[in-house]
Design a protein around this ligand. Structure first.
Ligand SMILES: *[C@@H]1O[C@H](CO)[C@@H](O)[C@H](O)[C@H]1NC(C)=O
Ligand SMILES: *[C@@H]1O[C@H](CO)[C@@H](O)[C@H](O)[C@H]1NC(C)=O
Ligand SMILES: *[C@@H]1O[C@H](CO)[C@@H](O)[C@H](O)[C@H]1NC(C)=O
Ligand SMILES: *[C@@H]1O[C@H](CO)[C@@H](O)[C@H](O)[C@H]1NC(C)=O
Ligand SMILES: *[C@@H]1O[C@H](CO)[C@@H](O)[C@H](O)[C@H]1NC(C)=O
Ligand SMILES: *[C@@H]1O[C@H](CO)[C@@H](O)[C@H](O)[C@H]1NC(C)=O
Ligand SMILES: *[C@@H]1O[C@H](CO)[C@@H](O)[C@H](O)[C@H]1NC(C)=O
Length: 424
């Protein structure tokens, strides 16, 4: 971690030196004594930047969810902004325990990979299986019985290959949903073993295996099977949002704060907990919300966090896609603006009695930078149809190239947050 920061410092220093020497060269190009040192720095810089870029392009995950129940046509996905796309959702059949795709989705799912490849031939696609909430009983029954696990595992691999997906994902596995986590660990061992065996037999690259996880690795004293997860999954992405929601919490709260000085639910504390339990940073992916929540203030004079609220605002549960939030603000009229608060890394605004918090470009950039600085594997946006003309996806795509570092050095407040947090 600290090593990584030092690398950034070295890069910044090199960049400054490079600029310094370029300008010296322009002023006095004939000054031969400058040339060796200039070329030394130039090649050092080139070497470092090539290294940085190759490692970034190979390992940095820029993922997003396409949800079939939302209205975004697959052909409209700007897949060039991503390395991985999740196609959601498939389910587990409650009698056969095989994977199934709703017939109304079959055509879309079978076309998904070939369609998103048109704009990005190197895109990797993953079929996401929903096993949370209403589906968790079926899932817990599947994981705790050998023959059911076998049905699921074999059918999932067969389906992924049939439809041309490069991986499989479990979305919604929660320790609090009554799933036996020992059995779940066994299930992951068997799933990986079968994926490896299928790859040996078919000669195709192994399917990727991923899952979503709670902000915390232990919920109500039940822990994810950390060792098995680490051993068998390519990565785990943290659902780093929905911490406070207007249907449950009768006070305004930041649903996806990166930090909280007062220790309310926040992403940084969750990530630290995963790392403390021995989960490697380079297998963690940060979830990014493309949605926010609106609360109805009990007293419209209030405007801050922890203000009394009577319930959801604007929509039935208060949830709003980024695109809707932006147009809601725009249509309300002159003078309404969302504020970015870098202490929490959130955007929020008050419109009449509505209090809305969400992630705008600033919050997304700060979170992606956080993921980089912490040595995480990348980010995963949920979900694509809520983006507004790809604004957030473009912000997230940000890479810490030399140009970006020089840009950041002009915006030090933003980088300082991470630096301060790292050293305390
Ligand atoms: C689930 O599996 C059973 C038994 O194979 C089958 O009859 C049923 O149609 C399946 N349901 C769905 C929704 O695929
Ligand atoms: C399949 O999708 C349709 C339309 O979205 C829905 O009405 C139906 O309940 C779904 N079937 C299953 C088995 O989930
Ligand atoms: C699937 O792709 C085929 C060929 O590209 C196309 O003709 C068909 O309309 C697509 N179907 C859907 C549901 O997108
Ligand atoms: C499997 O899980 C179900 C539901 O949680 C439970 O009723 C059943 O006893 C479990 N079976 C085994 C073999 O653990
Ligand atoms: C979970 O399953 C294991 C066997 O895989 C069993 O020994 C254990 O008692 C189960 N735990 C619970 C809480 O049911
Ligand atoms: C963020 O909001 C908190 C609480 O209202 C406030 O104390 C803090 O100064 C704000 N931070 C910034 C950078 O505006
Ligand atoms: C980062 O730098 C790249 C060029 O290397 C540029 O395309 C991109 O827009 C920059 N991102 C930000 C957020 O400044």
């Amino acid at each position: 971690m600290i090593v990584y920061l030092r690398n950034l410092d070295v890069l910044m220093l090199l960049y400054i030196l490079y600029n310094f020497h370029v300008s010296r060269q322009e002023i006095d190009f004939s000054m031969a004594s400058n040339k060796p040192i200039f070329f030394f720095f130039f090649f050092l810089l080139l070497f470092v930047s090539l290294n940085l870029q190759s490692s970034v392009s190979q390992t940095w995950i820029k993922a997003g969810y396409w949800d079939s129940s939302a209205s975004l046509p697959i052909s409209d996905i700007n897949s060039a902004l991503f390395t991985h796309l999740f196609c959601a959702f498939a389910f587990v059949n409650s009698t056969s325990y095989q994977l199934f795709i709703n017939s109304s989705n079959e055509q879309h799912f079978s076309n998904f990979t070939s369609t998103v490849k048109l704009k990005n031939p190197s895109i990797t696609t993953i079929l996401s299986i929903f096993v949370g909430r209403t589906e968790s009983t079926t899932f817990s029954l599947m994981v705790n019985e050998t023959s059911r696990r076998k049905s699921f595992i074999e059918s999932s691999i067969k389906t992924a290959r049939l439809y041309g997906f490069h991986g499989l994902d479990l979305c919604g596995v929660e320790p609090r949903n009554g799933i036996n986590m020992t059995s779940f660990g066994t299930f992951l061992d068997e799933w990986r073993a079968e994926v490896a065996s299928e790859s040996r037999n078919s000669g195709q690259t192994q399917l990727l295996l991923t899952m979503s996880a709670n902000r915390l690795p232990i919920v109500n004293s039940v822990s994810y099977p950390i060792e098995s997860t680490k051993r068998n999954l390519d990565w785990v992405y943290i659902i780093a949002y929905d911490y406070y929601v207007p249907t449950l919490d009768r006070f305004t709260g930041f649903h996806a704060a990166l930090y909280d000085p007062l220790g309310r639910a926040n992403t940084n504390d969750g990530i630290k907990e995963w790392l403390k339990r021995g989960f490697p940073a380079d297998k963690l992916v940060l979830g990014l919300p493309y949605h926010g929540y609106g609360w109805m203030l009990a007293n419209s004079a209030d405007s801050g966090i922890d203000s009394a609220a009577s319930g959801p605002a604007v929509t039935i549960d208060g949830s709003m896609g980024y695109k809707s939030i932006k147009s809601f603000i725009l249509n309300y009229g002159y003078g309404v603006e969302a504020v970015y608060n870098s202490t929490y890394v959130v955007n929020f605004c008050k419109i009449g009695s509505n209090w809305i918090n969400f992630d705008d470009v600033e919050a997304i950039k700060a979170k992606v930078s956080y993921a980089k600085v912490k040595g995480l594997l990348g980010y995963n946006a949920f979900q694509l149809s809520n983006d507004d003309n790809w604004v957030l996806s473009q912000a997230g795509k940000m890479v810490l190239s030399l140009q970006n570092i020089s840009e950041f050095s002009e915006n030090t407040e933003f980088l300082n947050i991470d630096l301060e947090k790292d050293f305390n």
